[in-house]
Every structure is written in structure tokens, then in C-alpha cells.
Design a binder for this molecule. Structure first.
Ligand SMILES: *Cc1c(COP(=O)(O)O)cnc(C)c1O
Length: 357
């Protein structure tokens, strides 16, 4: 079975050589030297001032919401993984869903202002599939209405926008280093913050809210381990190669797929993309289901990322309409995409899809 993604596993000897130091110093977790080194190496590679390595991308969002003191209503995208909305709900915030841009599939910045009420405190937007949101417009609205901005950049590791890492935008940008993501630490995530004071408070929150015997605040445990950091240290040097190999595969798909049958989201100008996913849209859900089944019969497992549209989740208080997101989420399918996906399989997948045109 060819899956939608395939986690990279580094050379076992390389991993062992890194974790050997754990047997020497006996520090397994609690911000050990490997965690600190991983943070430093990521900052150097992406030209970031600071980044905190945490246990996953969901708690990264929760820490951001907590540290920015975000409450009440938060304007967010209905087209993302469920963790984006759930992090808000878990922190006691109310997600207010703003429909998406049919070109980029990211939150439609032109519709944000209409969602603002006296209870709005923030915007939580996802760079979905690693496609940058309309950053300038979002920042302008945030400034005008005094709102905080969090970017869920779980898909966007390695993406650059206007010459700098996408993680540099917003009050906070979070990332996921889950095993299925482009760059992974098995489980893991990160928080990047511009403001030094906010960064300090996130550092405190992520480790029980105390330093030694001094207890400051109601913290949580969002720390990650030396073993996870070691996996990151093996995988980080591969980042450029991952992106290069994925780009090649994306170009093959683009060349082979019948582009009157499928459509693709568009990248805003100024984007250096990471090719994290290969989403294609069909004209209807019926068409999508036929193609998905046809691929499955041939041993190819695609995924309906992202379905359902988050504004239709069954556990929400009340239904908020987002017709574009609801339509797109019914019609979009992510095709297999990983750095060593065989080119012959891209040909096979494309041929099957085109046969339904
Ligand atoms: C994967 C993902 C998350 C959650 O990350 P975890 O590390 O799995 O907790 C959050 N948001 C988006 C958009 C994701 O795709």
C-alpha cells in the first residue's frame, strides 16, 4: 500500500551516535543539552531569534493562547486540522469561523473584519498545506482592532515568505514536528515568539510554571525529551533535501495530471514553498469519492485533508456557515507526497486519476 505520507527514518547509526551522550550524562528530559542544541540549530537554519521545542504542535497552540492571554472570541479558519479549533475550545475560547479564500484555501482576510465583535481578542490562522495566509492584510486588521495573531504553521516548516521564515510572522507562530510532518521529531512541536517577555512566560508555562523552588504560575508539562531532540538533530540537516525531492515530485504530478479535471490551490507571491502536501480539488464530492476508491483499489491510500470543514464539527455550540470551506473540504484530496516516493508511482497515480476525467 502506498500511503499519503511515509515518515523519514534516519540512519540508525547516526541516531545511535547522537543518543550515546544520553548514556554518558544520564539526562533524559527537562531541557537537556540535545533539546537546547536542536532549538539552537533550528534558529540558525531558519534565522529565528528564538524557538521553544515542545512536546507537540497542539500544546504549542495552547501555550500561545495562554501566554497571550487570549479569551472569548477568536476568529479562525474552518479549513485546517481539528487541532486548530480544539486548542481554542480546550483553552475556553470560542472559535468564530471566517470563510476561506478559494485560491489559497487559507482564511479570507477580506472577511475577517465582518467577524469582529466587542468580544474578539485574536486571530488564529493556519498556513494550510504550508501556503502562507494573506499575512499583510491580517497584520493590518490586527493592528487596527488591537487583536493578537497566532499562526498555526504546523504544515509550514521550511517555508519562506518575503525572504524570511514563515515562523517569524504573527505574535506567535507554532509548528508541529509530528512523524507525519515534513520535518519531524516523532512527536514534537515548536513555539516562535517575537516578544521577549511573552517568550519567557511560555518558557515558564511549558515546564510546570516553576524554576527550582520558585513557583510562579499555573504551568503545564509541554517539555520534550532528549530522544525526540536526537531525532530532530538527525532530520534537520536533511531539510533542504526533503524539500528538493518533494519539489521534483510535485513537478511530476503537475506535468502528468489532467489539469482540466483537477485544480490546485495557489501560492501567494513571495512564497518559497516546502511542498509538504499535494492537494488536488475535484468538481464534486461524488467525483472525489470515485477517484479515491479507484486509487484505493490499486493500493494507493489518499487522505481527505481537510474534511469535514471545522465549522461543521458535531460538538460545536451552534452552526456558523462557511460555504466555501464546506465546498472545498468536500472536494479536496491529498495525494501521496514524500521525499522518496517512487516516480513510477507518481505516474501510476496520475494515470488512474486521469482515467476518471
Ligand atoms: C498536525 C497539526 C497540528 C497538531 O500537531 P501535533 O504535533 O500532532 O499535536 C495542529 N495544526 C495543524 C494544522 C496540523 O496539521
Amino acid at each position: 500500500m502506498i500511503n499519503v505520507t511515509r515518515s523519514y527514518l534516519p540512519d540508525l547509526n547516526t541516531y545511535q551516535s547522537i543518543i550515546k551522550s544520553i548514556w554518558q550524562n544520564n539526562q533524559l528530559t527537562n531541557r537537556g543539552p540535545l533539546v537546547v542544541k536542536l532549538e539552537k540549530d533550528i534558529c540558525a537554519k531558519l534565522h529565528l531569534e528564538n524557538l521553544l521545542f515542545v512536546s507537540n504542535g497542539t500544546i504549542a497552540l495552547q501555550l500561545a493562547i495562554k501566554a497571550l492571554k487570549i479569551e472569548n472570541e477568536v476568529i479562525t479558519t474552518p479549513f485546517s486540522y481539528v487541532a486548530t479549533s480544539n486548542a481554542l475550545l480546550w483553552q475556553g475560547c470560542k472559535p468564530v469561523f471566517c470563510d476561506i479564500d478559494p485560491d489559497t484555501f487559507c482564511i479570507n482576510a477580506d472577511k475577517i473584519a465582518a467577524c469582529i465583535t466587542k468580544d474578539t481578542t485574536a486571530i488564529l490562522a493556519t498556513h494550510v498545506y504550508g501556503i502562507p495566509c494573506a499575512i499583510e492584510k491580517i497584520e493590518a486588521i490586527a493592528k487596527k482592532y488591537n487583536l493578537k495573531v497566532i499562526y498555526d504553521a504546523a504544515h509550514a516548516f521550511g517555508v519562506k515568505y518575503k525572504g524570511q521564515s514563515i515562523l517569524n510572522y504573527g505574535d506567535v507562530s507554532t509548528c508541529s514536528f509530528h512523524a507525519t510532518k515534513l520535518f519531524h521529531t516523532v512527536e514534537g512541536g515548536s513555539v516562535t515568539v517575537k516578544d521577549k517577555e511573552i517568550f519567557k512566560s511560555i518558557l515558564l508555562y511549558h515546564s510546570f510554571g516553576h524554576v527550582g523552588d520558585a513557583y510562579y504560575t499555573e504551568g503545564i508539562n509541554a517539555k520534550n525529551s532528549e530522544f525526540h531532540a536526537a531525532m530532530g538533530l538527525c532530520n534537520l540537516p536533511m531539510l533542504d533535501e526533503f524539500i528538493f525531492e518533494r519539489k521534483k515530485r510535485a513537478e511530476h504530478y503537475a506535468e502528468l495530471l489532467n489539469n482540466t479535471f483537477i485544480t490546485r490551490p495557489k501560492l501567494p507571491e513571495g512564497t518559497e514553498y516546502n511542498f509538504a502536501y499535494y492537494p488536488v480539488s475535484f468538481k464534486s464530492e461524488i467525483e472525489l469519492l470515485k477517484v479515491k476508491e479507484g486509487l484505493f483499489q490499486n493500493g494507493i491510500n489518499t487522505r481527505r485533508y481537510f474534511f469535514p470543514s471545522l465549522n461543521t464539527l458535531p460538538f460545536l455550540d451552534k452552526y456558523q456557515s462557511c460555504p466555501i470551506s464546506e465546498q472545498i473540504s468536500k472536494c479536496v484530496l491529498c495525494l501521496p507526497m514524500y521525499h522518496d516516493l517512487e516516480i513510477a508511482n507518481i505516474e501510476k497515480i496520475s494515470k488512474i486519476i486521469n482515467s476518471f476525467a
